[in-house]
Design a protein around this ligand. Structure first.
Ligand code: ATP
Length: 386
């Protein structure tokens, strides 16, 4: 689906390449973290996939297309298959939430009927069904990122590229965003995410591609953040460190062998966290306490038997821009049904089918409280996470 063949990118006027001899193959349905220290080449990598830039040497194929052969005129058509999310949200400030999401569809000429169906569906999916009339400045940071994600996925792209999507959010809000991205991935979208968020990379146990000075130094399925891709903890305030540690403790407790697949560890049971962690984790885990975050989606492992009528009800069944002859696209449904080539068990608290109501998540404070973290106001939802 995404193929880099011996790709080198050297920017004009720079002494060394930003990316050097990169070979990378990302399959349909994968969730891939791209990690690495600042300047290691993560964003350059995403820009090349998006065809915002071209490699100096080497070949890149995305969705079966040789990117060097796509003319500038056709680049916008190519990009319809890719959703993008950035650290700074990039919303249109003078448009409502609804219009921000609808705008994506309007510019590619979708019918009014399609837009009227797809936008509310997508806003509901990201937990913002009741906030369509708000303007971006009336939303918390986490909510703004949800709008950006809604905008990115409303056209049901095959690939979602996320460049530090939680970089401006606190850990609790970031957790909700990660859960949403994992749910989107579970529905079949390939997700490639550049990040510095060590805790989330560690707990998600997805494929990790680590860059160091433009070179891939690690490509590990089910990996963690790693030691060399260091998080700039020096930037953390004391309070930030406390929140990050608490979050990490919670998610690690949630991932303990006792809990995976069987709900929360009970208070007082043995585990690798302390009692407070176990309490927090057990608050997170009960499956039936919250409605499913994404009712129409199931975690990858459960998607081998799609529910009858589920796909028929989708509003996204329009012809793919690449046409029905594209083998890559033809195979997509099969891959989705199989849960993607790298479908594997995901942590219960990230399981889109089971735990946190997205509306609760988007109402700032409630998730943090739910996690046992400090509650917060809308105004404080945006802030340095690290
Ligand atoms: N347009 C450009 N012109 C010249 N050099 C660039 C350009 N864009 C990036 N670079 C350089 O390429 C290297 C890789 O940058 P890139 O933004 O891809 O790194 P990154 O891993 O995404 O960093 P960060 O985590 O700080 O966002 C850096 O040395 C950067 O200075």
């Amino acid at each position: 689906m995404i193929l880099f063949e011996n790709v080198t990118k050297k920017y004009r006027g720079t002494a060394r390449p930003a990316l050097e001899s990169i070979d990378l193959n990302i399959d349909r349905g994968e969730f891939v973290f791209i990690v690495g220290a600042s300047g290691s080449g993560k964003s350059s990598c995403l820009r090349l996939i998006l065809r915002e830039d071209q490699p100096s040497t080497g070949k890149i194929h995305v969705l079966g297309q040789d990117l060097s052969k796509i003319s500038s005129r056709k680049v916008p058509y190519f990009r319809r298959n890719l959703g993008t999310v950035f650290q700074d949200f990039r919303l249109l400030t003078n448009k409502t939430v609804y219009d921000n999401v609808a705008f994506t569809l309007q510019v590619i000429g979708k019918s009014r009927g399609f837009i009227q169906e797809a936008v509310p569906d997508t806003l509901e999916m990201v937990g913002l069904a009741n906030k369509g009339k708000r303007f971006p400045h009336e939303l918390s940071g986490g909510e703004q990122q949800r709008v950006a994600i809604a905008r990115a996925i409303v056209n049901k792209p095959a690939i979602l590229l996320a460049d530090e999507p939680t970089g401006n959010l606190d850990p609790a809000t970031s957790l909700g965003i990660m859960q949403l991205l994992r749910a989107i991935n579970a529905s079949g979208t390939t997700v490639v995410m550049a990040t510095h968020e060590a805790a989330f990379v560690d707990i998600m146990q997805q494929r990790v591609v680590e860059l160091s000075q433009g070179v891939i130094v690690r490509d590990e399925v089910g990996g963690g953040y790693g030691e060399t891709a260091s998080i700039p903890v020096a930037d953390l305030s004391e309070e930030g460190i406390q929140v990050l540690r608490t979050t990490e403790a919670v998610v690690r407790a949630a991932l303990s062998p006792d809990m995976i697949g069987q709900g929360a560890r009970q208070e007082g049971e043995e585990g690798d966290g302390d009692l407070a962690d176990a309490q927090l984790a057990s608050e997170m885990a009960p499956a039936d306490e919250y409605p499913a975050a994404l009712p129409e989606q199931a975690p990858a492992a459960q998607q081998q038997q799609p529910r009858a009528g589920e796909r028929a009800a989708s509003v996204y069944e329009e012809p793919h821009p690449f046409g029905e002859d594209d083998a890559d696209i033809d195979d997509l449904d099969e891959t989705i049904a199989a849960g993607g080539p790298n479908a594997r068990k995901i942590p219960t608290f990230l399981d889109p089918d089971r735990n946190i109501d997205p509306v609760k998540m988007s109402e700032t404070g409630s998730l943090a409280e739910h996690l046992g973290l400090r509650g917060k106001d809308d105004e404080t939802d945006v802030g340095p996470a690290r």
